[in-house]
Write a protein that binds this ligand. Sequence first.
Ligand code: AHG
Ligand code: MN
Ligand code: MN
Length: 331
Amino acid sequence: MSTVYTIERFILEQQPDYARGEFTNLLYDIALSAKIIASKTNKAGLVQILGEAGGTNIQGEDQQKLDVYADSIIMRMCDHTGRLCAMASEEQEEFITIPDRFKKGNYVLVYDPLDGSSNIDVNVSIGTIFGIFRCVDWNLRGRVEDILQPGRKMVAAGYVLYGSSTMLVYSTGQGVHGFTLNPELGEFLLSHPHMRLPEPPAYYSVNGSYFHRWSPGTQKYLRWLQGEIEEETPNLSSRYIGSLVADFHRNILRGGVFAYPAETLKPEGKLRLLYEAAPLAYLIQQAGGHASDGVRPILDIEPQEIHQRTPLFIGNSRLVQKAEQFIREEG
Ligand code: AHG
Ligand code: MN
Ligand code: MN
Protein backbone atom coordinates (compact mmCIF):
# COMPACT_ATOMS: atom_id res chain seq x y z
CA MET A 1 0.00 0.00 0.00
CA SER A 2 1.55 3.33 -1.02
CA THR A 3 2.39 5.67 1.84
CA VAL A 4 -0.61 7.75 2.91
CA TYR A 5 0.83 11.15 3.68
CA THR A 6 -1.40 13.32 5.84
CA ILE A 7 -0.43 16.98 5.90
CA GLU A 8 0.48 16.59 9.56
CA ARG A 9 2.96 13.80 8.75
CA PHE A 10 4.37 15.72 5.77
CA ILE A 11 4.84 18.94 7.76
CA LEU A 12 6.52 17.01 10.58
CA GLU A 13 8.91 15.26 8.18
CA GLN A 14 9.83 18.61 6.59
CA GLN A 15 10.43 20.20 9.99
CA PRO A 16 14.15 20.82 10.56
CA ASP A 17 15.63 18.97 13.56
CA TYR A 18 16.31 22.22 15.46
CA ALA A 19 12.67 23.36 15.14
CA ARG A 20 10.63 23.53 18.33
CA GLY A 21 7.27 22.88 16.68
CA GLU A 22 5.83 26.40 16.91
CA PHE A 23 5.96 26.90 13.14
CA THR A 24 4.75 23.36 12.50
CA ASN A 25 1.79 23.88 14.83
CA LEU A 26 0.94 27.15 13.08
CA LEU A 27 0.62 25.22 9.80
CA TYR A 28 -1.67 22.74 11.59
CA ASP A 29 -3.82 25.64 12.84
CA ILE A 30 -4.17 26.92 9.27
CA ALA A 31 -5.07 23.46 7.98
CA LEU A 32 -7.75 23.13 10.67
CA SER A 33 -9.13 26.60 9.83
CA ALA A 34 -9.31 25.51 6.19
CA LYS A 35 -11.36 22.40 7.11
CA ILE A 36 -13.80 24.52 9.10
CA ILE A 37 -14.20 27.09 6.31
CA ALA A 38 -14.52 24.31 3.74
CA SER A 39 -17.35 22.74 5.72
CA LYS A 40 -19.27 26.01 5.40
CA THR A 41 -18.42 26.75 1.75
CA ASN A 42 -19.48 23.27 0.65
CA LYS A 43 -23.03 23.93 1.74
CA ALA A 44 -23.07 27.71 1.38
CA GLY A 45 -26.31 27.47 -0.57
CA LEU A 46 -28.05 25.64 2.24
CA VAL A 47 -27.06 27.57 5.32
CA GLN A 48 -27.57 31.28 5.88
CA ILE A 49 -24.01 32.01 4.79
CA LEU A 50 -24.69 33.38 1.35
CA GLY A 51 -25.11 36.98 0.38
CA GLU A 52 -23.82 40.19 1.78
CA ALA A 53 -22.97 40.66 5.40
CA GLY A 54 -24.23 44.22 5.22
CA GLY A 55 -20.84 45.75 6.04
CA THR A 56 -17.98 47.02 3.93
CA ASN A 57 -14.31 46.28 4.49
CA ILE A 58 -11.40 48.72 4.50
CA GLN A 59 -11.27 48.30 0.75
CA GLY A 60 -14.78 49.73 0.58
CA GLU A 61 -16.00 46.41 -0.79
CA ASP A 62 -19.30 44.90 0.33
CA GLN A 63 -18.38 42.11 2.72
CA GLN A 64 -19.93 38.75 1.96
CA LYS A 65 -21.05 36.72 4.98
CA LEU A 66 -18.44 34.12 4.07
CA ASP A 67 -15.70 36.80 4.03
CA VAL A 68 -16.56 37.71 7.60
CA TYR A 69 -17.03 34.10 8.67
CA ALA A 70 -13.69 32.95 7.20
CA ASP A 71 -11.92 35.93 8.75
CA SER A 72 -13.32 35.18 12.20
CA ILE A 73 -12.44 31.47 11.97
CA ILE A 74 -8.79 32.11 11.08
CA MET A 75 -8.41 34.84 13.71
CA ARG A 76 -10.03 32.79 16.48
CA MET A 77 -8.04 29.66 15.59
CA CYS A 78 -4.76 31.55 15.69
CA ASP A 79 -4.97 34.42 18.20
CA HIS A 80 -4.52 32.41 21.43
CA THR A 81 -2.11 29.63 20.43
CA GLY A 82 1.11 31.40 21.37
CA ARG A 83 2.52 30.99 17.85
CA LEU A 84 1.95 34.57 16.63
CA CYS A 85 2.94 38.08 17.59
CA ALA A 86 0.60 39.73 15.06
CA MET A 87 -1.79 39.12 12.18
CA ALA A 88 -3.15 41.15 9.27
CA SER A 89 -6.33 40.39 7.34
CA GLU A 90 -7.87 41.82 4.20
CA GLU A 91 -11.09 42.18 6.19
CA GLN A 92 -9.66 44.26 9.05
CA GLU A 93 -8.39 47.82 8.73
CA GLU A 94 -5.70 47.64 11.41
CA PHE A 95 -3.31 44.78 12.06
CA ILE A 96 -4.38 42.32 14.75
CA THR A 97 -2.37 42.20 17.97
CA ILE A 98 -2.37 39.18 20.28
CA PRO A 99 -4.43 39.93 23.43
CA ASP A 100 -2.22 40.42 26.50
CA ARG A 101 -3.91 37.47 28.23
CA PHE A 102 -2.38 35.14 25.62
CA LYS A 103 1.28 34.14 25.25
CA LYS A 104 2.89 35.82 22.25
CA GLY A 105 4.71 33.79 19.63
CA ASN A 106 7.40 34.49 17.06
CA TYR A 107 5.50 34.42 13.76
CA VAL A 108 3.26 36.77 11.81
CA LEU A 109 0.28 35.60 9.76
CA VAL A 110 -1.07 37.73 6.88
CA TYR A 111 -4.14 36.45 5.05
CA ASP A 112 -6.97 37.01 2.64
CA PRO A 113 -9.62 34.92 4.39
CA LEU A 114 -11.78 34.56 1.35
CA ASP A 115 -10.55 35.34 -2.14
CA GLY A 116 -12.97 35.56 -5.05
CA SER A 117 -15.92 36.77 -2.97
CA SER A 118 -17.86 37.82 -6.06
CA ASN A 119 -18.03 34.14 -6.99
CA ILE A 120 -19.50 32.81 -3.71
CA ASP A 121 -23.16 33.11 -4.69
CA VAL A 122 -22.65 31.60 -8.15
CA ASN A 123 -20.92 28.46 -6.89
CA VAL A 124 -17.55 29.16 -8.51
CA SER A 125 -14.30 28.21 -6.76
CA ILE A 126 -13.04 30.57 -4.05
CA GLY A 127 -10.03 30.44 -1.79
CA THR A 128 -7.94 31.59 1.16
CA ILE A 129 -4.41 33.00 0.77
CA PHE A 130 -1.83 33.21 3.58
CA GLY A 131 1.77 34.21 4.19
CA ILE A 132 3.96 33.70 7.28
CA PHE A 133 6.84 35.90 8.46
CA ARG A 134 9.03 35.82 11.56
CA CYS A 135 8.44 38.66 14.02
CA VAL A 136 11.11 41.33 13.56
CA ASP A 137 11.90 41.61 17.29
CA TRP A 138 11.07 38.48 19.30
CA ASN A 139 11.13 40.43 22.58
CA LEU A 140 8.31 42.77 21.64
CA ARG A 141 4.62 42.21 21.15
CA GLY A 142 3.36 42.71 17.61
CA ARG A 143 4.10 46.01 15.89
CA VAL A 144 3.29 47.25 12.41
CA GLU A 145 6.95 46.63 11.52
CA ASP A 146 6.22 42.92 11.92
CA ILE A 147 3.51 43.20 9.28
CA LEU A 148 5.15 45.50 6.71
CA GLN A 149 7.81 43.04 5.53
CA PRO A 150 8.72 42.33 1.88
CA GLY A 151 7.75 38.93 0.45
CA ARG A 152 11.45 38.03 0.34
CA LYS A 153 11.26 37.72 4.17
CA MET A 154 8.42 35.16 4.11
CA VAL A 155 9.16 31.78 5.71
CA ALA A 156 6.04 30.12 4.28
CA ALA A 157 3.04 30.82 2.08
CA GLY A 158 0.07 28.95 0.73
CA TYR A 159 -3.53 28.93 -0.30
CA VAL A 160 -6.67 26.87 0.17
CA LEU A 161 -8.92 26.28 -2.84
CA TYR A 162 -12.59 25.53 -2.12
CA GLY A 163 -13.49 23.99 -5.45
CA SER A 164 -14.57 20.61 -6.84
CA SER A 165 -12.40 19.39 -3.99
CA THR A 166 -10.77 21.33 -1.17
CA MET A 167 -7.02 21.64 -1.59
CA LEU A 168 -4.33 23.17 0.58
CA VAL A 169 -1.14 24.12 -1.29
CA TYR A 170 1.85 25.50 0.61
CA SER A 171 5.61 25.92 0.67
CA THR A 172 8.10 26.45 3.49
CA GLY A 173 10.90 27.02 1.00
CA GLN A 174 11.35 23.33 0.20
CA GLY A 175 9.18 23.18 -2.92
CA VAL A 176 5.41 23.53 -3.37
CA HIS A 177 3.19 20.66 -2.22
CA GLY A 178 -0.56 20.15 -2.63
CA PHE A 179 -2.93 18.28 -0.33
CA THR A 180 -6.52 17.28 -1.07
CA LEU A 181 -9.10 17.06 1.70
CA ASN A 182 -10.63 13.62 2.14
CA PRO A 183 -14.00 14.59 3.63
CA GLU A 184 -14.65 11.10 5.03
CA LEU A 185 -11.43 11.18 7.02
CA GLY A 186 -11.34 14.94 7.58
CA GLU A 187 -7.68 14.76 6.58
CA PHE A 188 -5.65 16.65 3.96
CA LEU A 189 -3.75 13.94 2.03
CA LEU A 190 -0.69 14.60 -0.15
CA SER A 191 -1.92 14.59 -3.76
CA HIS A 192 0.45 16.97 -5.60
CA PRO A 193 4.03 16.65 -4.30
CA HIS A 194 6.72 18.99 -5.70
CA MET A 195 4.48 21.14 -7.93
CA ARG A 196 6.52 22.78 -10.71
CA LEU A 197 5.34 25.06 -13.52
CA PRO A 198 5.24 22.95 -16.70
CA GLU A 199 6.60 24.05 -20.07
CA PRO A 200 5.19 25.01 -22.48
CA PRO A 201 2.55 27.08 -20.68
CA ALA A 202 -1.10 26.60 -21.62
CA TYR A 203 -3.06 29.67 -20.46
CA TYR A 204 -3.16 33.40 -19.97
CA SER A 205 -5.58 34.87 -17.45
CA VAL A 206 -6.56 38.52 -17.62
CA ASN A 207 -9.77 40.56 -17.50
CA GLY A 208 -9.66 42.00 -21.02
CA SER A 209 -12.62 44.32 -20.32
CA TYR A 210 -10.10 46.81 -18.92
CA PHE A 211 -8.02 46.83 -22.15
CA HIS A 212 -8.96 50.42 -23.04
CA ARG A 213 -7.70 51.62 -19.64
CA TRP A 214 -4.29 49.91 -19.78
CA SER A 215 -0.94 51.49 -20.68
CA PRO A 216 0.34 51.06 -24.26
CA GLY A 217 2.91 48.47 -23.09
CA THR A 218 0.23 46.44 -21.31
CA GLN A 219 -2.04 46.60 -24.36
CA LYS A 220 0.83 45.39 -26.55
CA TYR A 221 1.44 42.57 -24.05
CA LEU A 222 -2.15 41.32 -24.32
CA ARG A 223 -1.92 41.36 -28.11
CA TRP A 224 1.34 39.36 -27.82
CA LEU A 225 -0.34 36.85 -25.50
CA GLN A 226 -3.08 36.51 -28.11
CA GLY A 227 -0.50 35.76 -30.83
CA GLU A 228 -0.98 39.02 -32.77
CA ILE A 229 2.64 40.09 -32.46
CA GLU A 230 5.19 37.90 -34.18
CA GLU A 231 7.84 37.72 -31.47
CA GLU A 232 8.28 34.18 -30.06
CA THR A 233 4.50 34.06 -29.96
CA PRO A 234 3.22 31.74 -27.21
CA ASN A 235 0.42 29.38 -28.13
CA LEU A 236 -1.94 30.08 -25.21
CA SER A 237 -5.62 29.71 -24.49
CA SER A 238 -7.53 32.21 -22.35
CA ARG A 239 -9.01 31.30 -18.96
CA TYR A 240 -10.21 33.85 -16.38
CA ILE A 241 -12.34 32.81 -13.41
CA GLY A 242 -12.35 36.00 -11.34
CA SER A 243 -10.98 34.16 -8.29
CA LEU A 244 -7.23 34.78 -8.10
CA VAL A 245 -6.64 31.53 -6.20
CA ALA A 246 -8.50 29.43 -8.78
CA ASP A 247 -6.75 31.11 -11.74
CA PHE A 248 -3.39 30.79 -10.00
CA HIS A 249 -3.95 27.11 -9.15
CA ARG A 250 -4.87 26.16 -12.71
CA ASN A 251 -1.87 28.05 -14.06
CA ILE A 252 0.63 26.50 -11.63
CA LEU A 253 -0.61 23.05 -12.73
CA ARG A 254 -0.83 23.71 -16.48
CA GLY A 255 1.59 26.59 -16.96
CA GLY A 256 0.59 30.11 -17.84
CA VAL A 257 0.45 33.70 -16.71
CA PHE A 258 -2.08 35.64 -14.63
CA ALA A 259 -2.12 39.41 -15.02
CA TYR A 260 -3.99 42.12 -13.13
CA PRO A 261 -2.30 45.23 -14.53
CA ALA A 262 -2.60 48.82 -13.41
CA GLU A 263 -5.26 50.77 -15.31
CA THR A 264 -6.44 54.38 -15.36
CA LEU A 265 -9.09 53.78 -12.66
CA LYS A 266 -6.75 51.56 -10.58
CA PRO A 267 -3.27 53.07 -11.00
CA GLU A 268 -1.89 50.69 -8.34
CA GLY A 269 -3.86 47.72 -9.69
CA LYS A 270 -6.55 45.96 -7.62
CA LEU A 271 -4.78 43.10 -5.84
CA ARG A 272 -3.21 43.60 -2.43
CA LEU A 273 0.54 43.16 -2.06
CA LEU A 274 0.80 41.77 1.45
CA TYR A 275 -1.76 38.95 1.50
CA GLU A 276 -2.50 38.25 -2.17
CA ALA A 277 0.48 39.03 -4.44
CA ALA A 278 3.41 38.35 -2.09
CA PRO A 279 2.33 34.87 -0.84
CA LEU A 280 1.61 33.75 -4.42
CA ALA A 281 4.89 35.28 -5.58
CA TYR A 282 6.69 33.19 -2.92
CA LEU A 283 4.93 30.07 -4.20
CA ILE A 284 5.51 30.71 -7.91
CA GLN A 285 9.23 31.25 -7.29
CA GLN A 286 9.32 27.91 -5.44
CA ALA A 287 7.56 26.35 -8.46
CA GLY A 288 10.15 27.76 -10.91
CA GLY A 289 8.27 30.87 -12.05
CA HIS A 290 8.30 34.62 -11.44
CA ALA A 291 6.03 37.43 -10.20
CA SER A 292 6.40 41.11 -11.03
CA ASP A 293 4.48 44.38 -10.76
CA GLY A 294 5.54 44.99 -14.36
CA VAL A 295 8.79 46.65 -13.31
CA ARG A 296 10.31 44.77 -10.35
CA PRO A 297 9.90 41.44 -8.52
CA ILE A 298 6.87 41.38 -6.21
CA LEU A 299 9.05 39.80 -3.50
CA ASP A 300 11.29 42.88 -3.39
CA ILE A 301 8.51 45.42 -2.78
CA GLU A 302 8.67 46.89 0.73
CA PRO A 303 5.04 47.43 1.86
CA GLN A 304 4.34 50.95 3.14
CA GLU A 305 0.86 50.13 4.38
CA ILE A 306 -1.13 46.97 5.12
CA HIS A 307 -3.69 47.14 2.31
CA GLN A 308 -1.34 48.51 -0.34
CA ARG A 309 -2.27 47.39 -3.85
CA THR A 310 0.05 46.30 -6.67
CA PRO A 311 -0.18 45.44 -10.34
CA LEU A 312 0.53 41.70 -10.71
CA PHE A 313 2.01 39.55 -13.48
CA ILE A 314 2.64 36.01 -12.21
CA GLY A 315 3.46 32.64 -13.80
CA ASN A 316 6.01 31.16 -16.21
CA SER A 317 9.12 33.35 -16.09
CA ARG A 318 9.36 34.02 -19.84
CA LEU A 319 5.74 35.19 -20.01
CA VAL A 320 6.20 37.52 -17.03
CA GLN A 321 9.51 38.90 -18.32
CA LYS A 322 7.80 39.69 -21.64
CA ALA A 323 5.31 41.90 -19.77
CA GLU A 324 8.23 43.74 -18.13
CA GLN A 325 9.89 44.14 -21.56
CA PHE A 326 6.79 45.68 -23.24
CA ILE A 327 6.10 47.96 -20.26
CA ARG A 328 9.77 49.02 -20.22
CA GLU A 329 9.72 49.74 -23.98
CA GLU A 330 6.24 51.24 -24.39
CA GLY A 331 5.27 52.49 -20.92
P1 AHG B 1 -11.30 39.30 -3.03
O1 AHG B 1 -12.56 38.51 -3.23
O2 AHG B 1 -10.44 38.77 -1.93
O3 AHG B 1 -11.58 40.78 -2.90
O4 AHG B 1 -10.41 39.12 -4.36
C1 AHG B 1 -11.00 39.32 -5.59
C2 AHG B 1 -9.92 39.56 -6.60
C3 AHG B 1 -9.28 38.27 -7.13
O5 AHG B 1 -9.73 37.11 -6.50
C4 AHG B 1 -9.68 38.24 -8.59
O6 AHG B 1 -8.61 37.80 -9.38
C5 AHG B 1 -10.02 39.69 -8.89
O7 AHG B 1 -10.50 40.23 -7.68
C6 AHG B 1 -11.07 39.81 -9.95
O8 AHG B 1 -11.20 41.20 -10.19
P2 AHG B 1 -12.06 41.69 -11.48
O9 AHG B 1 -13.48 41.31 -11.19
O10 AHG B 1 -11.84 43.18 -11.53
O11 AHG B 1 -11.49 41.00 -12.68
MN1 MN C 1 -8.56 38.31 -2.67
MN1 MN D 1 -10.88 38.47 0.11
